[in-house]
Design a protein around this ligand. Structure first.
Ligand SMILES: [Zn+2]
Ligand SMILES: [Zn+2]
Length: 327
């Protein structure tokens, strides 16, 4: 299905900045109506065949550029409970990239070129958000060492302490991505999200973006949520044990119990920058603008830069010589 503008028939898109539907052709706001497709594999706007991947729920038509939503895939257990709508649109993301990378001397010029930046796509990535209770039962041996001298003698006194901690922590909304296309490590770096903007899922939020259903279900990913909780608990534990020279763990038990899990779509902008046969992927959190990615170095620019430095030095040497001659 496509969201078409009632005024002009153009493709109405979700506008993150205004949090409304917007028709970029006639500037109409909230003027959309649903145009159903006969089949998922043909674009209802132009009739061109659509390339639909196994987990796609929204795609741009390569022929007319309109955004198709495959509502028949968003039903039953695959209907997201929640969605975090994009807060930053394409123009804002371009601005952020300009600010972040505009001053990098050795970055290839094409990195911030309009043609390349136009290829940025917004993707709704499937996540599971876990609420879970964690218990940490910890016992360790701590030491405190005191050293003093009296006369010719140096004395060392080591005191041993039993350290124990029982911690109960309630975690809410631990995010774990359920997409096989997205790298887990990169998706973890997209955090934190601000969850107060989570909304009830509606198809219109997808208009203008790509999207996927989950490839891994909520039970499958519980272990990853528990590991994230364990890491946070370890940090809290560590912070709560201070003032010892050394700590040796004797017993550590950690349990989690999942209270609830929600299937949610989270907003990520993706910029695949191609340079000299290599792709440099950039991921940008569509809510906060946080960027994850490494830029390539332009060796052409680098040697041009060293040449300038070299010429500068040459000029300086010549100047020194000329001063010497005057003397
Ligand atoms: Zn319109
Ligand atoms: Zn089309």
């Amino acid at each position: 299905m496509i969201f078409a503008c009632k005024n002009c028939g153009g493709n109405s898109l979700y506008d993150p900045e205004h949090q409304k539907m917007h028709c970029p052709y006639c500037d109409g706001m909230d003027s959309e109506e649903e145009r159903k497709a006969e089949t998922m594999s043909v674009c209802p706007s132009c009739g061109a065949p659509l390339e639909v991947g196994e987990v796609d729920i929204a795609r741009k038509c390569a022929n007319c550029g309109n955004y198709n939503i495959f509502e028949e895939r968003i039903t039953g257990e695959y209907r997201p409970h929640l969605i975090l709508p994009f807060v930053m649109g394409r123009e804002k993301i371009k601005e952020i990239l300009q600010q972040e990378f505009g001053k990098k001397v050795f970055l290839p010029d094409s990195f911030l070129s309009e043609t390349k930046l136009q290829t940025i796509e917004g993707i709704y990535v499937p996540f599971w958000l876990y609420d879970l209770d964690a218990d940490m039962d910890y016992e360790g041996k701590g030491t405190q060492v005191r050293v003093w001298t009296a006369g010719e003698m140096e004395y060392t006194e080591t005191s041993y302490f039993n350290v124990s901690r029982q911690m109960k922590i309630q975690f809410t909304k631990i995010p774990v991505d359920a997409s096989l296309k997205m790298e887990d490590g990169i998706m973890d770096l997209m955090e934190p999200y601000q969850y107060d903007a989570l909304s009830e899922f509606k198809e219109k939020y997808l208009s203008g973006f790509m999207g996927e259903i989950y490839s891994q279900n909520g039970e499958e990913l519980e272990g990853r949520a528990a590991s994230k909780a364990e890491l946070d608990t370890e940090n809290l534990l560590h912070n709560s044990i201070q003032g010892y020279q050394s700590i040796t763990p004797v017993r550590k038990e950690f349990h989690t119990e999942t209270k609830s899990k929600d299937y949610a779509l989270m907003p990520v902008w993706k910029y695949d920058y191609g340079y000299r046969g290599k792709t440099y992927p950039f991921h940008i959190n569509g809510q906060t603008g946080k960027i994850v990615g490494d830029t390539p170095i332009s060796y052409g620019k680098m040697s041009a830069y060293s040449l300038t430095v070299f010429l500068g030095t040459m000029a300086l040497i010549r100047l020194v010589f000329s001063i010497l001659e005057v003397l």
